[in-house]
Design a protein around this ligand. Structure first.
Ligand code: PLP
Length: 477
């Protein structure tokens, strides 16, 4: 093949030919996505077994690559963009975001320094400010884009550790006569908080899980009691994570009361609002941020409920200089003549190389506008209400948590049933998911197996939750 002999990239002619074909493919895919089962019917290892053991040495025809993509890869895809995907915190991508991803790959910008792409740095400044305004967050917050909320929270926790002034950045934790550090979050906080503590040397035991009220919200009085107990035992409290939309039920911790404790005790307050934070684009939802002025940092994920393709998570911090102090280094090879005039985003985190994520955030904001995005989110919340009513109206089903956003936790509880309700519901969920038409996930609340249905997809409409309800009912044995 000529192209291999010449070791050249694909020609512009072929790029256009296959590019147009793949855009057609993607448009057709989204248009007809409901023809697919949400969950693939494959067994572990099945996809691998369809792939060659070794890489090809000679280049293949692009047609062959497309064929293999359809034949081998697509059968093992879980269709996140499917309106029947109602598991976890569903994240769906919008077309403007998809097109931005194409351009991001074409430009292949690495925004590690302002100089390595001024547009990437400056667009990140502007889009994070725009988003802050769209969410009604305080103007002093400074934003940075990372890949995921897990990484955003990790950086927030690193700031909290840095602010202690224990010089852990330079001297580390091991072999030093330091007090044990303690971070607090509710028993319903996301596991990424514990992962952050593992990574930062705080350790899993350095995370204290605070009990919740009957609506799964952190109890500030228990938080206070734990802080006092730890202080008496020579442990150093340094950070509290409050969650505005816990993963199991989307409960909202009382940020204001927690914030007052943090202020009093001089503790870093990080707010994890990874999924539902973007709901505040709808002005009537801004109440979720009550008390946010106490927060030192807050994470929201445009890749969850704002239709920006994975990955895009925004961390806002009150004092960006602490983030910089925690991470910045200045090797000679990264110095530029404009360093004092610009933001070099690599100074504010673990990564040097950075994707041009602000481009997709920009495309999505510009295309839909704040009103357009608020409208879709509102539609999701209304649709979720419909499903909640169906659950409430059926005496054989039970709502297991309040529904502040668009996640419904419920279980099947037939009257007079004497068996194990957890097993009954776990089996029911398996049967529902086996239909392939919808995908639901679960959690445990007070020891009870609970099925979760999340409405946060750009393509999910009322007819889809009505269909989901029918599938759920017909999956009862
Ligand atoms: N925080 C909360 C409340 C979440 O629900 C999740 C994931 O669902 C995360 C953090 C982690 O998100 P990511 O996958 O962006 O790391």
């Amino acid at each position: 093949m000529d192209r291999q002999k010449e070791s050249k990239d694909m020609s512009a002619v072929d790029f256009k030919k296959y590019g147009y074909e793949l855009i057609d493919w993607a448009a057709g895919y989204l248009e007809n996505i409901e023809k697919y089962n949400v969950l693939p019917e494959v067994k572990p290892g099945e996809i691998k077994s369809g792939l060659p053991e070794h890489p090809n040495y000679a280049g293949e025809d692009f047609r062959q690559i497309i064929n293999d993509f359809e034949k081998i890869i697509i059968p093992g895809i879980t269709h996140w963009n499917h309106p029947g995907f109602m598991a976890y915190f569903n994240s769906t991508s919008s077309v403007p975001g998809i097109l931005a991803e194409l351009l991001m790959a074409a430009l292949n910008v690495n925004g590690m320094l302002w100089k390595t792409s001024p547009s990437a740095s400056e667009l990140e400044e502007v889009t994070t400010k725009w988003l802050r305004e769209m969410l009604g967050l305080p103007e002093y917050l400074w934003g940075i884009i990372y890949d995921t909320a897990s990484v955003s929270s990790l950086h927030a926790m690193a700031c909290a550790r840095e602010k202690l002034g224990l010089n852990i950045r330079d001297k580390g934790l091991a072999g030093r006569n330091l007090p044990e550090l303690r971070l607090y979050c509710s028993e319903h906080a996301h596991s990424s908080i514990e992962k952050g503590a593992i990574t930062l040397g705080i350790g899993r035991e350095g995370v204290k899980k605070i009990g919740c009220d009957s609506e799964f919200r952190m109890l500030p009085e228990l938080l206070m009691a734990e802080i006092n107990k730890d202080k008496k035992n020579g442990i150093l409290p340094f950070c509290v994570v409050a969650t505005i939309d816990t993963t199991s039920t989307t409960s909202v911790d009382p940020v204001r009361a927690i914030g007052e404790i943090c202020k009093e005790e001089n503790l870093w307050l990080h707010v994890d609002s990874a999924h539902a934070g973007t709901a505040a684009i709808a002005p009537e939802m801004r109440k979720i941020f009550d008390g946010i002025e106490y927060a030192d940092s807050i994470v929201v994920n445009p890749h969850k409920w704002m239709f920006v393709p994975v990955d895009c998570s925004v961390l806002y911090v009150k004092e960006p200089e602490i983030l910089k102090r925690a991470f910045s280094l200045d090797p000679e090879y990264l110095k530029t003549s404009v360093d004092s005039d610009v933001i070099n985003y690599n100074d504010y985190g673990v990564q040097l190389g950075r994707r041009f994520r602000s481009l997709k955030l920009w495309f999505v904001i510009k295309y839909f506008g704040a009103e357009g995005l608020a409208g879709i989110i509102r539609g999701n919340i209304e649709t979720a209400k419909k499903f909640k009513q169906l659950v409430q109206q059926d005496s054989e089903f039970e709502l297991m948590a309040p529904v502040p956003f668009s996640t419904i936790c419920f279980r099947y509880k037939p009257s007079g049933y004497k068996g194990d309700l957890n097993e009954l519901n776990s089996n029911l969920m398996d049967r529902i998911n086996k239909t392939g038409r919808i995908f639901l996930s679960h959690t445990k609340l007070n020891g009870n197996f609970v099925i979760r249905l999340v409405v946060s997809g750009i393509r999910t409409e009322e007819k889809h939750v009505l269909n989901a309800w029918e599938i759920i009912k017909s999956s009862i044995k």
